[in-house]
Write a protein that binds this ligand. Structure first.
Ligand code: NAG
Ligand code: NAG
Ligand code: NAG
Ligand code: NAG
Length: 429
């Protein structure tokens, strides 16, 4: 069964292979002649050679040409020949495939050299090359005043027929040659420039004047001791100038640097303006005029010195009190004495302040020296808060009721309060 099937297959194959023959093959009694010898190879590198064969036929009518036996291709046989590779290339194992070439060569037999063609053109630069073959080098340079930014100045012809890297880019880098900056130093940038302006100038081209007037010898604040109610004073006014040489307008609230000042606080102001750009510069300073201060008073031992703590720089009014059982001595000033520092810079009455150095044995004895002892003595420590408060109140009463001193309260009612009274405690024996 199995062999029968095989025979059937074989028969089929015979029919198939004879099918390429012309249908008249049998009728014409065709027979192949043997192959002729191969033709010469048509190329000395990977060429082709051919051989042919002919048929014998019976001399019957109609059987007078090749095609009554077979198709043209059955009479022809082709073969690859001269499978040689040049320039170090090697042949592939498959006969119909051409050579594998070493880098730099191509073509069926590796006879052709890889060529990258002319290296790319660039604007504002030049290119040089001696060959465009594989491994050759092309060099780019930028024209004068142009700098290379991106790309490669050396490019090599590669096996894939391209130049390595990328074309360089040349940009103008000498804008400063045309001196674009009006008042500053020019810095070349790639395809650009920058102006570093001199002092007083700004803008892309340093064309804007932003220099304000400059002041010299602007006085600092001034304090003046006035022994009189007023004092004449001269000062040096500030100087202004423009480093760029423009004219300035200068105004002041004191047109002349000389004035007769009363006691008080004053401000001198000078403003210089530059009309060319509207910028101005100011110089102000304070002038403080006060009566000449007096020396510090001593503080009575076993007692207290009580003075105004407000407006003290315009005048000081002080009085003395003693701790209980002590008093100031006979012949010394009385408790009624006020110590006043006026414009002259000296105390009236003059210092020093008498100490409360006399210890009292009986109250009767004391009243001989100081009849006001009771009113001006304090019972306890001078540092005690209640004592301090009572002394402050005592001072206010005294100031308000004493003619000539009341002004200190009527002129400055908000400040004439006991909290603003200064109590200084003397040492004890
Ligand atoms: C342009 O190239 C020159 C020479 O290399 C260099 O001195 C200069 O700084 C470059 N200019 C800029 C803007 O990079
Ligand atoms: C500034 O004051 C000094 C000292 O008084 C003086 O020598 C100088 O000339 C003054 N400068 C100007 C610009 O007035
Ligand atoms: C004002 O007088 C006081 C005390 O005599 C003194 O210390 C001070 O320096 C004087 N001030 C001036 C500006 O003369
Ligand atoms: C003052 O003296 C009297 C009588 O000697 C005495 O009673 C009183 O305590 C004394 N006062 C003080 C604060 O020492």
């Amino acid at each position: 069964m199995k062999s029968l099937f095989f025979c059937a297959l074989l028969g089929l194959q015979v029919i198939l292979s004879t099918a390429v023959h012309a249908p008249t093959w049998n009728y014409c009694r065709c027979n192949w002649n043997s192959w002729k010898s191969w033709s010469d190879c048509d190329s000395d590198c990977f060429g082709e050679r051919v051989r042919i064969r002919s048929v014998r036929v019976l001399a019957l009518p109609y059987c007078d040409n090749f095609n009554v036996c077979a198709t043209d291709d059955e009479g022809k046989d082709r073969q690859t020949c001269n499978r040689v590779c040049h320039n170090g290339g090697w042949a592939s194992r498959l006969s119909y495939r051409p050579c594998n070439c070493k880098p730099g060569f191509h073509g069926t037999c590796c006879t052709e050299v890889v060529n990258c063609g002319t290296p790319g053109y660039i604007i504002d630069g030049t290119r040089h090359w001696s060959s465009t073959n594989y491994g050759s080098v092309a060099r780019y340079t930028c024209n004068t005043y142009y700098n290379m930014t991106t790309g490669d100045h050396v490019r090599t012809c590669q096996d894939d027929f391209t130049w390595s890297g990328t074309k360089p880019h040349c940009v103008f880098a000498y804008h400063c040659n045309s001196s674009p900056c009006k008042n500053g130093e020019c810095v070349n940038l790639l395809d650009d420039f920058r102006c570093d302006c001199h002092n007083g100038w700004t803008g892309r081209l340093c064309e804007n004047d932003i220099q304000p007037p400059v002041v010299v010898n602007c006085s600092s604040d001034i304090a003046i001791n006035a022994t009189e109610r007023t004092i004449g004073f001269d000062w040096t006014p500030p100087s202004f100038y423009d480093p760029l040489g423009n004219d300035l307008d200068i105004v002041s609230n004191y047109p002349s640097p000389s004035f007769v000042f009363p006691w008080g606080d004053f401000t001198a102001q000078y403003v210089a303006t530059k009309p060319s750009n509207g910028l101005s510069t100011e110089c102000t300073f304070n002038i403080k005029v006060r009566p000449t201060p007096c020396e510090e008073l001593n503080i009575p031992i076993n007692g207290a010195l009580i003075c105004n703590g407000w407006k003290a720089d315009y005048g000081q009014f002080c009085m003395v009190t003693c701790q209980q059982n002590y008093t100031i001595g006979p012949g010394d000033k009385s408790f009624e004495t006020m110590y006043v520092c006026g414009a002259s810079g000296t105390w009236i009455a003059r210092g020093p302040i008498p100490d409360c150095q006399v210890e009292i044995e009986t109250v009767g004895e004391v009243l001989q020296y100081q009849p006001d002892y009771d009113a001006y003595s304090f019972d306890g420590s001078c540092h005690n808060n209640d004592i301090v408060t009572s002394l402050q109140n005592l001072y206010i009463e005294r100031i308000v009721s004493t003619s000539g001193f009341g002004e200190l309260c009527t002129q400055f009612p908000d400040e004439c309060v006991s909290d603003n009274v200064k109590v200084k405690c003397g040492g004890t024996i």
